[in-house]
Design a protein around this ligand. Structure first.
Ligand code: F1X
Length: 466
């Protein structure tokens, strides 16, 4: 029987906890009222936004992104000695100002301040500021903007903070996480490499590698630290039940009927295992004669934590080439050979992929890129953010045709290999979303389901490019 004093303390503690919870709730209600947060979900064809209380966008700017900024600040504080060794003694002073600026950015997000134009000179500063100035007044704050606009703005703001400092201008503040993630999945990559040697040219093998590339998208550091199972390739068909749309057969048909010279473009997403799976798919496409060339589009700046930059692509290649396991060295040597004979092209930097624009704007804002991609018979968009860029973060009805949701973006046949990590979808069978949501209201952010979709563009070899 607790003494009177201890039971009194327990009652006081419980009362304090209740009061704190109530105060927190009052604060949230006040925030929602002040910032016109909407309690109903977005309507059909409305753009995703953190202004909708029930959206993943709201959770992102209320919890996830402030947490990400806090973690980045802690990382910089803890890694100061290593960063100074890498970037020079003056980095000590630059780090202080960088951390202070990241804390200011975090405060702006929490207070739902208006987006600021970029002052630090960079190749994309002017285009980013033009983009921001073209946003309507009521779409220039964290909790009112289109989710994709605000999220891309955040990662570009982080980069601009590092661009302001002499010593940190080339420092990849997500680099350590990307390299450790790749090292962590080395055993799985070895198993997959062994399982995918000498695959004959066949529709089934192509489909298996396409699915591996799709499921490789599950491993993105802004969502999980977990890696794939070692048996992922050998058991890839086990995941077919979680493919809500699978047009891999249509993709095979389109590619095998394409006019020479056949190029396949891959708009990459995450480094590490996903990039490894993309390289395996690309190797198969070249070795089986499905295409003459595979061209990789990567990010110009550190992006969404684990997105591939040129530095990451070349680091993984070097990691394989110098590895103690002979299979990795051989794989690295082959990739090097494809780059040398131009079967693989690591495309030059394009700041379109780290802009706020969605793909339907590419023809207008980056026509050269649109024409370049038009040369390919197929362009493969990897991942969830790229899917949102294809759909413009628009809340389509889940049964809407994938090709219709591209809103005129059709430089060539457009394929999406996407693990579903956000509340936006199209091209799904009737009632799929309802059934899954009834089962688990958070299924769409779990990474348990995926789609392989394609909008075919039938082209004669003499077609105009645009
Ligand atoms: O493009 P990826 O790496 O597959 O996913 C990007 C992502 O992690 O970021 C956004 C949420 O912050 C979502 O689009 C998705 O969850």
């Amino acid at each position: 029987m607790p003494s009177e004093a201890s039971s009194h303390t327990e009652v006081t503690d419980a009362t304090i906890a209740d009061n704190e919870a109530t105060i927190e709730q009052m604060k949230e209600l006040k925030f929602n009222e002040k910032n016109l947060i909407i309690y109903t979900p977005p309507g059909v064809n409305e753009e995703l936004s953190a202004r909708f209380l029930s959206s993943f966008a709201f959770v992102t700017f209320k919890r996830r992104s402030p947490g990400l900024l806090k973690d980045l600040i802690t990382f910089l504080q803890e890694r100061e000695p290593e960063i100074i060794k890498e970037c020079g003694d003056y980095a000590h002073f630059d780090l202080k100002r960088t951390i202070w600026s990241l804390e200011l950015l975090r405060g702006e997000m929490i207070n739902n301040d208006e987006f600021q134009v970029f002052r630090v000179k960079a190749p994309d500063t002017e285009s980013w500021n033009k983009f921001l100035m073209n946003l309507s007044e009521d779409r220039r704050q964290w909790f009112s903007a289109v989710w994709m606009h605000a999220e891309c703005y955040m990662y570009r703001r982080i980069w601009s903070i590092f661009q302001r400092s002499e010593t940190l201008v080339n420092y990849d503040y997500f680099g350590d996480q990307k390299m450790s993630a790749a090292r962590r999945v080395t055993p799985q990559m070895k198993d997959v490499l062994e399982a995918t040697r000498k695959l004959a040219r066949s529709k089934e093998n192509f489909q298996q590698l396409l699915k591996l590339s799709a499921w490789g998208n599950r491993y993105d550091l802004s969502m999980t630290d977990a890696g794939p199972s070692a048996k992922i390739f050998r058991q890839i068909s086990k995941y077919d039940k979680d493919l809500l749309a699978d047009q891999s057969s249509d993709i095979w048909k389109d590619l095998t009927e394409a006019c020479d010279p056949v190029y396949v473009d891959i708009v990459c997403d995450n480094a590490g295992f996903e990039l490894f799976a993309d390289l395996l798919l690309a190797e198969y496409i070249i070795e089986s004669g499905l295409a003459r060339r595979v061209r990789f589009h990567v990010k110009a700046i550190p992006w969404f934590i684990s997105d591939v930059t040129h530095q990451d692509f070349l680091w993984l290649l070097g990691y394989f080439r110098k590895h103690c396991i002979p299979e990795f060295r051989a794989f690295g040597k082959r990739i090097q050979g494809y780059l040398r004979d131009r079967s693989f092209i690591l495309c030059d930097k394009s700041y379109f992929w780290t802009s706020g624009h969605d793909c339907s704007q590419m023809k207008r804002v980056q026509p050269c890129l649109y024409v370049y991609i038009s040369e390919a018979a197929l362009v493969i968009f990897k991942g969830d953010l790229n899917y949102r860029k294809l759909l413009g973060d628009i809340n389509y009805i889940s049964t809407a045709k994938f090709s219709d949701c591209l809103r005129g973006f059709q430089p060539t046949s457009v394929c999406a290999l996407r693990v579903i990590k956000s509340d936006i979808y199209c091209g799904l069978p009737v009632c799929t979303v309802d059934w899954l949501t009834e089962d688990n209201p958070d299924w769409m952010i779990s990474g348990e389901k995926a789609v392989i979709q394609v909008a075919i563009k039938h082209r004669l070899s003499s077609d105009f490019l645009v």
